[in-house]
Design a protein around this ligand. Structure first.
Ligand SMILES: *Cc1c(COP(=O)(O)O)cnc(C)c1O
Length: 497
């Protein structure tokens, strides 16, 4: 049965999956949601023997109903290939009593690759299906990982251009180097003098600018988004939760029907929302544990029902989670309000006008699958050190937050449910913070040079450094643009000239 998409803010409905992917954001500023959430068509034990690609097809076909089998399978085959350094694509590693789902084996060594290696293919297929001839311009705000993963996905993809904005000083050295050395004639990178929320708000403003859209259209351009608000990001992310559950079954770690917990280091709320969708599809999930760093706006929200972004923005050692406005939460609000778009719009207006909103007790009740937790930078570092010392397994600073939050949850709740922790980045991507955590107190001073530090990490962990790191060692800097959040629109104009 066909699935259509509607805006969470109610002014757009009956949109096909391919149209929703092309648009990214709805015209009314809302996010696209499927009119119903389908169920898996086969029992989970059937998935136990499936490859990642086969699982991807079984899951994605449920949501992207206007793609043909051939189209979808071709997108999947082109996305999940040798760009990933393991055939498993998303391996599960058991360490210290939890299951770390490694989502960082793609070309940019963070979990954004899971969706962004397929999005360009979904988007160009969608353009073909909808007879769009304009050049698609991907506009993306990044806290570090999305931007690079999106560029890696879209670089030199015909009929597309991509412009990435990142907060200057708000990303790790490796992340910045990965972005400014990006190849591809259709890529552009701009540093913003502001934080991630400034970059994201700037991008949203440009998307909402109708006059600008007309101006661009006259030049043969059409804007689209690769941010996690795009349904073409959300759907591929559901796949690995189904896959992880099936692998636990296949390895005899759980019984059929046994519920698991899923802990996700959360920023924009896309990854954990995908886990929630997996639950709705039929994967037995007990608790979804939403892990935050010092920017614990989501922890407070799940605690109190009040979302309040009026607080200091803290730069942490887990920069991809340094966010005060979690865009995808709007989708959960919409579901919790029984798809009441008027109520969702009202809450979103309160957020943009007052910086705060409160949900009703009945909405809060509907979110009880979720529990929030947070770990500050010290707790995070302690967790990374502890896991490494006890098991020899080295995790990054985002996974560290999730791991610390999970352990605190387990202690306080006594919940012994087996737990999958989304491991969202390779420790090599956040080498300095990880090494500081592991080597503290250090007998020898850590090298200033990023790459010497990385070599040190390789010796220590025994895990070979990924190709993604080797590549940036000698790569030429290709991008050096910078602007204020107010100048973003002009910058887009200039780049497209
Ligand atoms: C993007 C990102 C996150 C946060 O994921 P969301 O889907 O935005 O909640 C966590 N960890 C890493 C390494 C990331 O790149």
């Amino acid at each position: 049965m066909e699935i259509y998409y509607s805006s969470t803010r109610g002014k757009e409905s009956h949109v096909t999956a391919s149209q929703a992917i092309l648009k990214g954001l709805a015209d009314d500023g809302g996010l696209f949601m499927p009119d119903r959430i389908p169920a898996l068509e086969r029992p989970l034990k059937d998935f136990a023997s499936m490859s990642y690609q086969e699982t991807a097809y079984e899951v994605m076909k449920l949501f992207l109903t206007d793609f043909t089998e051939e189209e979808l399978k071709s997108c999947i085959a082109r996305a999940y290939d040798s760009k990933f350094d393991t055939e498993e694509i998303a391996p599960l590693v058991k360490a210290d009593g939890a299951y770390y789902l490694e989502l960082f084996h793609g070309s940019t060594i963070a979990f954004k690759d899971m969706a962004l290696s397929i999005l360009p293919h979904l988007m160009t297929t969608a353009a073909r299906k909808n007879k769009v001839e304009d050049t698609i311009v991907i506009l993306t705000a990044t806290s570090g990982d999305t931007g690079k993963a999106a560029m890696a996905g879209f670089a030199d993809v015909e009929g597309t251009k991509i412009i990435v904005f990142y907060p200057k000083g708000g990303v790790s050295r490796v992340q910045e180097l990965q972005m400014v050395t990006q190849k591809g004639d259709n890529t552009a990178v701009v540093a913003i003098t502001g934080n991630f929320d400034d970059a994201q708000s700037g991008v949203k403003r440009i998307f909402g600018d109708k006059e600008f859209a007309v101006e661009l259209s006259a030049s043969g351009y059409r804007l689209s988004s690769a941010n996690s608000i795009n349904i073409g990001r959300l759907v591929p992310q559901i796949v690995y939760y189904v896959y992880a559950y099936a692998k636990l079954l296949a390895h005899g770690e759980i019984e059929e029907g046994e519920a698991i917990n899923i802990t996700v280091p959360t920023g924009n709320f896309g990854n954990i929302l995908a886990a929630y969708f997996a639950k709705k599809l039929g994967v037995p999930v007990h608790k979804l544990i939403c892990a935050s760093n010092d920017n614990k706006v989501l922890f407070d929200f799940f605690q109190t029902g009040v979302y309040d972004r009026r607080r200091e923005f803290i730069l942490t050692t887990s920069p991809s989670m340094d966010i005060l406005i979690s865009s995808n939460l709007e989708r959960l609000l919409y579901l919790a309000a029984d798809c009441d778009s008027a109520e969702t719009s009202r809450l979103m207006s309160e957020l943009s006008e007052k910086g705060v909103y409160e949900i009703t007790p009945s909405m809060k009740e509907k979110m009880k699958d979720f529990t929030g937790g947070f770990a500050d930078q010290k707790e995070n570092a302690e967790e990374i050190r502890h896991v490494f010392k006890d098991t020899g397994y080295l995790i990054d600073t985002h996974t560290g937050v999730a791991s610390a939050v999970y352990r605190a949850y387990q202690k306080s709740s006594g919940d012994e449910t087996k737990t999958v922790i989304a491991s969202t980045a390779s420790p090599y991507k956040f080498s300095r913070s990880v090494m500081e955590a592991v080597c503290d107190p250090c007998e020898t001073k850590l090298p200033e040079d990023e790459f010497e530090l990385i070599d040190r990490m390789e010796q220590l962990s025994g895990v070979a450094q990924p190709t993604a790191v080797k590549e940036i060692r000698d790569a030429a800097i290709r991008h050096n643009r910078q602007c204020t959040p107010e100048e973003m629109k002009n910058m887009v104009r200039e780049i497209l000239k």
